[in-house]
Design a protein around this ligand. Sequence first.
Ligand code: NAP
Length: 286
Amino acid sequence: MNTNLKLGWIGLGNMGNPMVRNLLEAGFKVAVFNRSKDKETPLIEVGATSASSPQELIEHCDVVVTMLSNDEAVKEIFEDKTSGLLSKSFAGKTIINMSTVAPDTSRYLAMLCNEQQIGFIDAPVSGSVKPAQDGTLVIIVGGKPETYTHVKPVFDVLGKISIYVGIAGVASSAKLAINYLLGLNLQGLAETVLFAENNGVSKDDMLSIVNEGACANGITKIKSTAILSDSFPAAFALKHLVKDLKLANDAGLDSPLAQPLLDSYSKAENEGFGEEDVMAIIKSLK
Ligand code: NAP
């Protein structure tokens, strides 16, 4: 594998942290920047270097990845006039945004980068913390094909597959679509378990019936442990799904379950479950 690219990484949350760890283990040189500096320490201990700002980071790297909460955070990191990624001329570099953002935001960032002769890829991921740790994410790629080829060695470490879907913005649309299905799955699982429980079926038995039968899938299996232990530390924070469902609605999703699904997760967030895992929807429905 070609690990010659010097990488910069911005955003060391639940996803960014294990992803950087995998790149370091694969032999890439990685410089990191995180708003809360304490999250950089465990990665510096295993070989990462730290940058004082996004501007300093990109100055010393070939490729910079952003893995941040939402559109506002990503735009701020790109556009901040004094220390942002685009605050000086960095022609010839490449930026990959792996955060889930609106397709319009990806197209906007692609345009800004294009004006400065910076390569841009939107590469949101399907899969949560465990696939991030295992390097088995599904990476959805939008942008120019030659830019994708340039950065593919990075994706080969982070994911089990990267799927090129078209120009910048298209990958973000695909990501919103798969997260709609994720929301439906978890809402359905929660409603099913609660309905069964209310009629005398234990959670344990109902989850076995789901997971041994044709309705089982990766996410029902992963989330069963949390339901059984009634413990929901965030792998994928519920607030992020609310954000994604809003973005999907803004991007034109108006199918029969789209609005009720957004209402249900928004209610859970308003009840204080936003920082917990998305499976905490079951606590709101209870
Ligand atoms: P997270 O744990 O909440 O981490 C968010 C990161 O963004 C942190 O590094 C945070 O910095 C940084 N951040 C937030 N606002 C910022 C700002 N204004 N300026 C600078 N930095 C800022 O999120 P995550 O779970 O890693 O998710 C990251 C992205 O991947 C999101 O777009 C999410 O939708 C997407 N995603 C997540 C999963 C998942 O299962 N978790 C799966 C697929 C896709 P601090 O440390 O300072 O707060």
